[in-house]
Design a protein around this ligand. Sequence first.
Ligand code: PEP
Ligand code: MG
Length: 593
Amino acid sequence: MDQADLKSERRLPALAVSRGIGIGHVVFLHGEKRHFFRLDLDAADIETECSRLHSAVEASVRQLRSLATNSDLDPTQPVSSIFGVHLLMMEESSLIEKIETIIGDQKVNAEWALKIVTDQYRDRQISVEDTQLREKYLDIEDVSERLLNALDGSPSPAQLTYSGAVIVARELRPSTIMELTRSNPVALITEHGGWTSHTSILAREFKLPMASGIKDLEQVFSHGEEVIVDGINGQVILNPSMETIKHFHTFGSENIVSDELPTELAKPVRTIDGTSIAIRANVDIPEGYQLAKYLGAEGIGLFRSESLISQSGKIPSEDEQIAAYRQMAEVAGESGVKIRTFDVGIDQLGGDNHEPERNPSLGLRSIRLSLTDTTHFRSQIRAILRATVGEKIDVVLPMVSGVSEVLRSKAIIAEERTRLENEGTPIGAPKLGAMIEVPSGVLTAREIARKVDFLCLGTNDLVQYLLAVDRDNDSVAEWYQTLHPAVIRAISEVLAAAADSDIPVVVCGEMAGSAFYVPILIGLGARELSMNVNSIRQIRHLVSGITINESVALVDTIKSSETAAETEQILREFYLRNWIGLFPAGLLNSKHR
Ligand code: PEP
Ligand code: MG
């Protein structure tokens, strides 16, 4: 190996949250409220980029004019004069000219140029001594936000073709991932985000290698620098030598899970002693189900409908939702799709007419948000009722904490049903399920089970809420313990509650797609597992090699465990002794708490 190469190559340990190898060049994604790229443009694209900026300015000016001259506002009053100031900034200051200069000089996209210029303006303004003048930086942020929104509608020419990027961001929102996949990045690196964070779940769905847990990203990486994301061993390699690149090319291709459709559909899977275990798929895009189906998935066990909400928080119209739900139902066919109603927090929706949440995971989110301002919930329910005509669709309510949310939701569903029937609009009859993922939901699972057609077990949140540990905060990752005795008991209680009411339970958190945990779920009584497409092969292989009796016996042996570590040790030893061939290489060596 070349000495110079050796010197500059650096390896950083990271958390592997999506399997695979990605080799590419760093592109930073900035912004807390919104993410945007820095894109390097070809000289030929600069003119188009400047006209994109001008169209965005024109759209923003039109909005501001109408706001500033709104007849409801008194022109002498502060609100309309604020819009007047914003108009002046757009039309008469040198702001736009400066952005244009940066696009041309640095050959970057309009969003990036806007960020550079507004950051400069803002920093200058914040350092001014006069408090009143200093506060004007808020106006600059407003103008910048308005322009960014306007630019959002028209992608940069480079954006759609941008490929080979390793996206580096402190945190990535799921909606950003959905939008990013259009530009074909090769891998993701973040500071925050564990195995069960939505971003990691989506990265796995899109087969994007991802490493998280790297601090001070801006000090560690430079824009354009070459990196390797090793989402298998959990490391990021900066400035890799040629030899390292070659090694990872080969290693990466050996680890690629084939996307090719098998020649025939796999049959439903059974344990050795003949018990059927239904494998369903967690997918957010219809194409995602195609491979799942060939691998033997029986329907979509979880469609996270909030994946339809845009990065800026825009909720699709009722008709757009109907189209999306029908598409999912059509691909899922006879086995159907379970649509979970929007599981988002108020902060993730557009609009500024609310205080930022102090504690979003415990705040106005999921079913609570749906039941507080019912407008979006009602339109989603109508869309689902209408999409269900001729299709097999079920509805799942997220984050149910007790019977009252189920009853209130049922009342709304009944009202919307009557409304549509009175209008003569054809509707179907979706079944109703409750997602059990908070402790009070577990403790009232028996009562809830009597009011719904099925339960879903959301183990990702169940661990978070039961153990009071933020699933997205890696500084407490050690406390996020799937094998904690409390978690095992909670799962057991939910499965028993459903069995007593004779209704099914779909386990759909990440636990259901991990070979290490599946024998425990089956031993506890789970018969329906819904998982990421990329886990299906592994779980089928495992399920078809075990017996129910062995799994039940295994659960018995961990019943007296006092800690997650003790349970992990018992499981590992049992697997090594009895089922070693059923696990993928390396799985039994890594940590599973
Ligand atoms: C869960 O909480 O386990 C779950 C399936 O939902 P999500 O990961 O979307 O919160
Ligand atoms: Mg959840």
